[in-house]
Ligand binder design. Sequence first.
Ligand code: FES
Length: 163
Amino acid sequence: MCVKRKQVKPAPNELKTRSRRRNPITVLQEIQDEHGWLPQSALVQAADDLAVHLIKLHSIATFYDEFRLQPLGKHQITVCTGTACHVRGAPVIISELERNLGIEVGGVTSDQKFSLDTARCFGCCAVAPVVLADGKYHGRLTQKDVVPLLDSLESSEKVENDA
Ligand code: FES
């Protein structure tokens, strides 16, 4: 037999105490999951909830690569820098992307269209070098594939807008 328990809401002070015991990294991950990045207003609120200085959250956010202090571009490009991809030309792909987009790894174009990041091994090393663009893997990329890739991302945007 299943007995339904009555849910008891914690008192506001209890909630505050609970949130102060939470791991700041977990809180930052939740904020990033919600927004896709770490907006300043959310960091200020989190620092207050956790009863820590805002600078502590900024220190964590800048220490770990996974956290972003600015929003991603509409098109997200991630180049694998794992060993296989590095050996097979990822640095050349990265340079070509940086040159064409006018940004460095970790940056976002001024029109917010593209963001460029790196990651370590997507698990498809056999087709290195690999680039993940808008959730789709592109393997065996060469320097001359970069501009067509950027063009195809932009044209997919036009198709979306026309639909
Ligand atoms: S090293 Fe790039 S996919 Fe494994």
